[in-house]
Design a protein around this ligand. Sequence first.
Ligand code: SAH
Length: 457
Amino acid sequence: MKTSVPVQKNDKLEVIFEDLTHDGAGVAKINGFPIFVPRALPGEESTIKITKVKKNYAFGRLIETTKESEHRVEPPCPIFKECGGCQLQHLSYDGQLKHKQKHVMDVLSRIGGMNDVHVHPTLGMEEPWRYRNKAQVPFGEEEGGLVAGFYAERSHKIIDMDRCMIQQEENDEVVMLVKDIAKKYGVRGYDEEKHKGTLRHVVTRYGKNTGELMVVLVTKGKELPNKKNIVQDIRDSLPKVKSIVQNINPKRTNVIFGDKTEVLWGEEVIYDTIGDIKFAISARSFYQVNPTQTEVLYNKTLEFAGLSGNETVIDAYCGIGTISLFLAQRAKHVYGVEIVPEAISDAKKNAQLNGIENVDFAVGEAEKVMPWWYAQGIRADVIVVDPPRKGCDEELLETIVKMKPARVVYVSCNPATLARDLKYLEGRGYKTKEVQPVDMFPHTMHVETVTVIYREG
Ligand code: SAH
């Protein structure tokens, strides 16, 4: 059905906001035609001015709000508007958790056609600030000299910044320190336009439960002037630093890491623990960024897996084996599969580190390795999947259906692909039992869920 466009640029309208977009703008509808307005909240009534009109939607800005949401709060971060890293600081934390639950319900209904699934209230944090264990901060040059911070909205201009309210303080300290040291030795920040300069990014990782820090200096070339002094200065100022590495990224790209990583000092990895298990984490491997909530997420995964000790489990998209090792303590055997070879080598080391022997890890695409395992006669009682945003490949879902596990536990960072994949399984002998949203990324729009699906009959 085609509707005509009901608004024009510069129109002034009174609207009621119903929802939020994925980047946190309020959504109001005029005869079903959506208008997106930054920083408006569901339930609010406002006068807006239309700023841009497209075929199927329009943008507006707030003129006056006549009815404010009971959940509206003053954003505590002074650069909330400019930065864009958080989208929801103007919504109370309780309001954020409720929004995330509702969003999951809406998407399951709209995309998955599932209207009767039990979606629990979102499990949130007691203290939802300073939770991130990893920072990736761009370095550059502006008129005043070296800067490090964040990209201004829709641009490549770097705005200098020292403190981020969702970052663990240790990470902020590293970035401030490296900025000072780079200035001291005249290390140039990278100029994206001219493809010149030295320091592109500083990535820091912090093992919250061990207190160990890693510093990654991403440089354009192999050369880093005063390398030895830089390393010594970092060590002198921050004894928590256990690993300093240089990653070389010579390409014209906005991908942060290049292919080459060299240890400048200390170990190649830092360690962290989740529950009773210790993990080695290297510069580039995937590790959940909110350690407090990771434990909540994995405990839910374990609970949903319902293990008694006799089960064979597959952990697809296993990363460095975090979920696999968490489950192996309660299972007969766990098979993990992951596409990044370094992650699998970390996973194997992590198994050894913890003396866990009932696990096997394979490198490859989960959608190729699973059918191969099936052909080898491997069957799983429980299959855990934790795919990236694009969700599971259909070949993988097909293999799940063939393997007939009693339960599938689906950890998802994207409700839309979760809904699509659940719909596939629902049509083929499986029933979605419970969905538990876990807030891994407070103040942002990201929604993480863990879902348990049972085989019927
Ligand atoms: N379960 C892990 C990792 C989840 S992130 C944890 O909780 O830490 C998703 C992982 O899937 C990443 O490590 C990514 O490298 C991997 N991946 C992406 N596409 C894949 C594919 N087609 N097959 C296997 N692994 C894949």
